[in-house]
Design a protein around this ligand. Structure first.
Ligand SMILES: [Zn+2]
Length: 91
C-alpha cells in the first residue's frame, strides 16, 4: 500500500511551518449527547464531557490547533466521522 504524506501550509501566508498548540479528542457513541472530550496541550491534559466543539455532528472527532510561525495565524485541522465516512478538513 502506498503511503502519502503532505506538508500543511498556512492558509493565510503559505508558510510551511505550522506548530501544534493543542489536540482535542471527542469520543462518544453515535448520536449521544454526552461523551469524552480530552484536550492535550504542552503542559496539561483536561478531560471533560463538553462535546460542543466536536467537528462530527454525530460521532467521533479530532481537532488539532496549529499556529503559523511566520504570521501567527491559527489553523484548526479536523478529522471526523460522519455517516460512515472519515473527513479531513482544514478550517
Ligand atoms: Zn502564516
Amino acid at each position: 500500500m502506498e503511503e502519502r504524506e503532505m506538508i500543511l501550509k498556512c492558509p493565510a501566508c503559505g508558510f510551511d511551518h505550522l506548530c501544534q498548540e493543542h489536540v482535542e479528542i471527542f469520543n462518544r457513541p453515535e448520536d449521544a449527547q454526552k461523551g469524552i472530550h480530552i484536550t492535550a496541550s504542552e503542559d496539561r491534559i483536561i478531560v471533560d464531557d463538553n462535546l460542543i466543539n466536536n467537528p462530527s455532528p454525530r460521532r467521533q472527532g479530532v481537532t488539532i490547533l496549529c499556529r503559523c510561525e511566520e504570521c501567527d495565524h491559527s489553523t484548526r485541522i479536523h478529522i471526523y466521522q460522519h455517516k460512515g465516512q472519515t473527513y479531513f478538513e482544514v478550517e
